[in-house]
Design a protein around this ligand. Structure first.
Ligand code: ATR
Length: 272
């Protein structure tokens, strides 16, 4: 069989083995997919061991996406833009890196939710690794404008500057959002993990706004609750993105595109 794994620290909570096993079953691919824990300073060592034992590919999760980017000998443009890799492929003695997070997010919004990004005004909250990871594929959709709002303004400015070659990106503080509205508001901060919410001005959501939280949870996240209370047109969490980024990795490795909807529905039930 063909060995793959997700590597992270922590990694025990990862849903990737479940998702990839379902993909393998549905497509008939002979894939074995496990979890790989690495101490913070042992990423290269653990990956090297995995490759020696015949491993063909890895999904990389926190906090190793930067290490994976540096390890890869060849990376795709979207991974280079993100300076982060979530999919490693080992072939003919070479290490290839890609980042499927952004395309996962874009597919969930544009295809699954049927919400085109072209010509739209998009607000992204946060300026950490999660946001860097998804910006290039978003800009490829040719939105009218992307605004990055962050508590620490200089980090948003740095991202806006970095991604300027790929499209129209602006940095903003939260106060400066007062009175503005957007077609799509994506929460890329870590707030939902801590039961917090970014300091958004009132009435930023409208009846035509898609509110999207990159975090997923059993019930609505605090961000989505706020969006709901302001009657946002559509609410979605990041479960669809999780499954879509996995499907893109599976496609890179196996050359077949698994169906995602069924697996997303199954995961939703496990969470419920
Ligand atoms: P990740 O790699 O998941 O993006 P990160 O690099 O630690 O994690 O970034 C976390 C993001 O959430 C940052 O944009 C952070 O804002 P700052 O850069 O100003 O720290 C944002 N964040 C975390 N807690 C927040 C809060 N209570 N309100 C607003 N933003 C918050």
């Amino acid at each position: 069989t063909n060995r793959y794994a997700v590597i992270g620290n922590p990694v025990s909570h990862s849903q990737s083995p479940f998702i990839h096993s379902e993909f393998a079953r549905a497509t008939g691919e002979a894939v074995q997919y496990e979890k790989l824990f690495a101490e913070l300073d042992k990423f290269n060592e653990v990956v090297g061991q995995f490759v020696q034992n015949g491993g063909l590919g890895l999904n990389v999760t926190l906090p190793f996406k930067g290490d994976a980017f540096r390890m890869a000998q060849e990376v795709t443009e979207r991974a280079r833009a993100a300076e982060a890799v979530n999919t490693l492929t080992f072939r003919d003695g070479k290490v290839y890196g890609d980042n499927t997070d952004g395309v996962g997010l874009v597919r969930d919004i544009v295809e699954n939710l049927d919400f085109p990004m072209e010509g739209k005004s998009i607000l992204i909250l946060g300026a950490g690794g999660a946001v860097r990871g998804v910006l290039e594929p978003i800009l490829e959709q040719k939105p009218a404008k992307v605004t990055i709002a962050n508590r620490t303004l200089i980090k948003a400015e740095s991202i806006a500057h970095h991604f300027a070659p790929w499209g129209e990106v602006q940095a903003s503080g939260y106060e400066a959002l007062e009175g503005k509205t957007f077609d799509i508001i994506i929460n890329g901060t870590s707030t939902s993990l801590h039961n917090e919410i970014p300091p958004l001005p009132a009435n930023i959501f409208t009846a035509r706004t898609l509110a999207y939280d990159m975090v997923y949870s059993k019930g609505l996240t605090p961000f989505l609750k706020r969006a709901q209370s302001e009657n946002a047109g559509m609410l979605a969490d990041g479960l669809g993105m999780l499954v879509e980024q996995a499907a893109e990795s599976f496609h890179i490795w196996r050359g077949v595109k698994p169906d995602t909807r069924k697996v997303t529905n199954m995961l939703r039930e496990v969470l419920a």
